[in-house]
Design a protein around this ligand. Sequence first.
Ligand SMILES: [Zn+2]
Length: 155
Amino acid sequence: MKRQSLDGMESRMGPADVVRPLTDALGAADMALNYYELAPGDSFAYGYHAHDAQEEVFYVQEGAVTFTTAEGDVEVGAGELVRFGPGEYQRGVNRGDERVVALAMGAPQDAGDTEIIRECGACGEPTRQRIEMTDDRDAIVTLCEECAAETGRFD
Ligand SMILES: [Zn+2]
C-alpha cells in the first residue's frame, strides 16, 4: 500500500494551473494518474490529441470542463465522469468562470504514440504538433511539425 496527500506536492509545468503527478507518487504500475486544477481558460492537454494505446477517464469534482471531441463539444460538470477510448481525439478546456478540480486516469500507463493537433497561424490551419522544453527550461512550447512555428507557450 502507498498513500499520498495532495498537500505540498509540486505542480508540473504545462497547460493547467496545477498538475500533481500521482503515478510515481503512488507507485502505480499499470495506470497513469494526475490531479488537475484548471483556472478559467486552462486545459488538461497541449492540444486536441489522441493516445494510440491508452484509454482516459476524467472525473470532474468541481467546475465544468468542455471537451472538444469528434462528435462536437461536450460539457462535463461537477460529479460527472467521461471516458475516451484509445485513438479518440479530445481536449478538455475550462471555458467557465469557476476553477475546475479534476482527476485524470489513463490505462495502460504507456499511452503509445500521441498525436497532438493545434491551430498554426503560420500555416493557417490545424497541424500536427510536437512538445519541447525551452533551452532555459522555464517553459514548454508546442511547435508546428509542418513549419516549426511556435503555436503555444506554457509555463
Ligand atoms: Zn505551421
